[in-house]
Design a protein around this ligand. Structure first.
Ligand code: ADP
Ligand code: MN
Ligand code: MN
Ligand code: MN
Length: 356
């Protein structure tokens, strides 16, 4: 594939303010079979006050082209679930996050949102808050991490985490543009930082309550892929992009409920950790593909076959933040999920293990 023609972005700006004569552009976004996002656009009438998901038409796509349906019954329906302002087209244009449904009225195989949303509704009284830390690696069009030498390796890890300065971090422009795009749309991004492996970054989303966690993380992933496209970069969520003495990439999942956030919350946190311990392998099964390459017990991870927890311990499955231990209430961090895990599956199984 040819390199992106970034210079055209300047020309494109010329057209951005052309009046749309009573129409808007709606970009329908869905999650595909590979854990990526796909999208396509349609024109809708301008609506005073804006659209909510229930005002938006159900649409469809050819599921046989994305591995989401057989060729002889290829229509997959897109049901709108959340609407955001479009940071690329601006004005009244919108992004529409959707769920995939089959023609027979059942959720598509890759629709992990539907069941998760039902469970969140059932246990809404606990006010479950999630905060996910999305680690990712930026690659060039030849799939090489930016800034790595053509032959050999960068200097060992150490200077890169939260690094400042040339030779320590690369592609900060992408991180900054993505941060702005998230703020514009209302995605609850809570921060960003450069990671331990060179060319690796992180953004955090949260706290979000219930199903909003998956919705906002997926939209943030879409925005990152779209921003990186403008810069001619690829986003990898491979949990172990570079073999050897390099950190992998995770999706640390921070969690709390009303009970845990109040005075005396620690006993609820401890009870939750006991329950998580009893279903360790069930969680690992939905915490991402290739996670065994990352959860080795080295590079700030716990071993995949062993459940451990501890205060301020970054080599454990579950970490209780120092501040939570000191105050006696707060939240805990599940460090097991891989960077490529589906946030709907993570938040679903945490609720299932603790409350179902
Ligand atoms: P780390 O020290 O593990 O790198 P980060 O600062 O990157 O932590 O991420 C912490 C995440 O925890 C953020 O997404 C934040 O929104 C989330 N968080 C903070 N408080 C809570 C809470 N009470 N319940 C759930 N998530 C929380
Ligand atoms: Mn973090
Ligand atoms: Mn991190
Ligand atoms: Mn973390």
């Amino acid at each position: 594939m040819a390199a992106a023609q970034t210079s055209n972005q300047v020309v494109l700006k010329k057209y951005q303010d052309l009046p749309q004569q009573g129409s808007i552009m709606a970009e329908y976004i869905w999650i595909d079979a590979e854990g990526g996002t796909r999208s396509k656009s349609r024109t809708l009438d301008f609506k005073e006050g804006g659209y909510t998901p229930k005002d938006l038409p159900v649409w469809n796509f050819d599921g046989s082209s994305t591995g989401q349906a057989p060729g002889d019954n290829s229509d997959v329906y897109l049901r709108p679930v959340a609407v955001f302002p479009d940071p690329f087209r601006l004005h009244d244009n919108i992004l529409v996050l959707t769920e995939c449904w089959n023609a027979d009225g059942t959720p598509n195989k890759f629709n992990y949102r539907h069941e998760a949303a039902k469970l969140m509704e059932t246990h809404a009284a606990h006010k479950p808050w999630f905060g996910l830390e999305q680690e990712y690696t930026l690659l060039d069009l030849q799939d090489r991490p930016f800034g790595w030498p053509l032959a050999g390796f960068p200097a060992p890890q150490g200077p890169y985490y939260c690094g400042v300065g040339a030779g320590k971090v690369v592609q900060r422009d992408i991180v900054e543009a993505h941060y702005k795009a998230c703020l514009y749309t209302g995605v609850k991004i809570s921060g960003t930082n450069a990671e331990v492996m060179p060319a690796q970054w992180e953004f955090q989303v949260g706290p979000c309550e219930g199903i909003e966690m998956g919705d906002h993380l997926w939209l943030a992933r879409f925005l990152l892929a779209r921003v990186a496209e403008d810069f001619g970069a690829k986003v990898s969520v491979d949990p172990k992009p570079m073999p050897g003495d390099w950190n992998g990439a995770g999706l640390h999942s921070n969690f709390s409920t009303t009970e845990m956030r109040e005075e005396g919350g620690m006993k609820h946190i401890e009870a939750a950790i006991k329950k998580l311990e009893g279903r360790h392998m069930e969680h690992i099964a939905v915490y991402g593909e290739g996670n065994e390459k990352r959860l080795t017990g080295r590079h700030e991870t716990g071993a995949i076959d062993k459940f451990t927890y501890g205060v301020a311990n970054r080599g454990a499955s579950i970490r209780i933040p120092r501040e939570t231990a000191a105050k006696g209430y707060g939240y805990f961090e599940d460090r097991r999920p891989a960077s490529n895990a589906d946030p709907y599956r993570i938040t679903h199984i945490i609720m299932e293990t603790l409350y179902a």
